[in-house]
Design a protein around this ligand. Structure first.
Ligand SMILES: NC(=O)C1=CN([C@@H]2O[C@H](COP(=O)(O)OP(=O)(O)OC[C@H]3O[C@@H](n4cnc5c(N)ncnc54)[C@H](OP(=O)(O)O)[C@@H]3O)[C@@H](O)[C@H]2O)C=CC1
Ligand SMILES: CC(=O)N[C@@H](CCC(=O)OP(=O)(O)O)C(=O)O
Length: 352
């Protein structure tokens, strides 16, 4: 196909870490062309000023956010903004005929009361929010194919839910026993300067944060409850790691059947994800590393059973900025547009 057949896309929040992953990935996507980059404090600056390594491929400047101008130029719009901003823009983009993929939390909650409780932002756009689909393709491929608005999951929910989904869907675990211990690189906090993300603060140390109250807990619980078919809670603890990119979630849950062994779970996981090109269930006794998933849209799952405790232990490694954010949004776009799911997305990284 010629360049004129490519679908024009826009990125609002192009100066951020999510935005620059989108730019990098979409520059090599065979079915789209980048027609607009938008931002706030970066508006007016050439993109090459913000990211000099991409300047030769993308000489244009970041523009202010103007819905009429965006809709006149773009069929598809990605938003990579802090939570609480997208919902002011998305209804206008949909009214103007755009398809929207939001990277923030604004469209991840079916019940806006849960969003308000987690984010302390009052919302009245119930109808638009109810029309949004949760953008985790491995679980909701069919829904994503039929929507114009996708609320893409956070990185912790992505890693956790891919680890838990087979156990929940098959009714294999005691629901009150789920523990998620997760670790993230510092890029999870975005490009905006924060003291805690300085090298001197975050290097050579590991710490938990958001203990018993991280805002991803209700997002994870909403989806787990849907998969389990009943309300449930999880114990979720995130940790900040001295690395830039990557996420590892280790999930523990008590198996209902004490006779299940690792090989049983491996079979169950392999069947569950047999049509999911980005999920790689690792063979017997191999556990994933974040390095394997870095710069890819892949999720590596390691599965174990501890016969002494009767617990399943599932380890899930992703790149927080790709499968946990921008790549997943592109995967959703591919599905919503009827394109091959893997188009323009890296499956394999480089090592080390
Ligand atoms: N980082 C991660 O691992 C993940 C992040 N997410 C979510 O994705 C979204 C983007 O995150 P990330 O890319 O890390 O964030 P960054 O902090 O790196 O970037 C934020 C972007 O939002 C823009 N922005 C900030 N304030 C405003 C405003 N008032 N009006 C318009 N634009 C504004 C900034 O523009 P400018 O620079 O021009 O001011 C910048 O482009 C967030 O909702 C985040 O929670 C989801 C999963 C993983
Ligand atoms: C290391 C770090 O700070 N990580 C972020 C998670 C980033 C993310 O997934 O963003 P959403 O809020 O859009 O889901 C945090 O814990 O808030």
């Amino acid at each position: 196909m010629g360049d004129s057949d490519r679908i024009p896309v826009g990125i609002i929040g192009a100066s951020g870490y999510g935005g620059v992953q989108l730019v990098r990935l979409l520059l090599d996507h065979p079915r789209v062309e980048i027609a607009y980059l938008g931002g706030d404090s970066s508006a007016g600056r050439p993109y090459a000023d913000l990211y000099p390594h991409l300047g030769h491929r993308f000489p244009q400047a970041v523009e202010p956010i103007d819905l009429d101008a965006i809709a006149a130029r773009c069929e598809i719009v990605f938003l990579g903004l802090p939570h609480g901003l997208a919902y002011e823009l998305v209804p206008g983009l949909l009214e103007r005929g755009c398809r929207v993929f939001d990277l923030s939390a604004d469209y991840r909650f079916q019940n806006l009361d849960d969003y308000t409780a987690a984010y302390s932002i009052d919302r009245r756009d119930r109808e638009v929010a109810a029309s949004a689909v949760y953008g985790l393709p491995e679980l909701y491929r069919g829904r994503i194919e039929e929507t114009r608005l996708v609320g893409c999951p956070g990185c912790y929910p992505t890693a956790s839910l891919l680890a838990l989904a087979p156990l929940l869907k098959q009714g294999l675990i005691d629901l009150e026993t789920v523990v998620i211990d997760a670790k993230s690189g510092t890029s999870g906090s975005g490009r905006k300067a924060k003291i805690g993300m300085l090298l001197a603060e975050a290097d050579s140390t590991v710490t938990a944060y958001g203990v018993a109250g991280h805002r991803h807990t209700p997002e994870i619980e909403q989806l787990c409850s849907e998969l389990a078919g009943q309300e449930m809670r999880v114990q979720f603890t995130p940790h900040l790691m001295p690395m830039v990119r990557g996420m590892l979630a280790t999930v523990y849950a008590k198996l209902r059947d004490p006779g299940l062994v690792r090989e049983d779970l491996l079979t169950i996981y392999s069947v569950f994800y047999r049509s999911s090109p980005f999920v790689r269930v690792l063979p017997n006794g191999i556990y994933p590393q974040t390095k394997w998933a870095a710069t890819t849209n892949s999720c590596y799952l390691g599965v174990e059973v501890d016969p002494r405790t009767g617990r399943a232990i599932v380890m899930s490694a992703i790149d927080n900025l790709i499968k946990g954010q921008s790549g997943q949004a592109i995967q959703c776009m591919n599905l919503a547009m009827g394109w091959e799911e893997t188009l323009g997305l890296p499956l394999l990284g480089f090592y080390p």
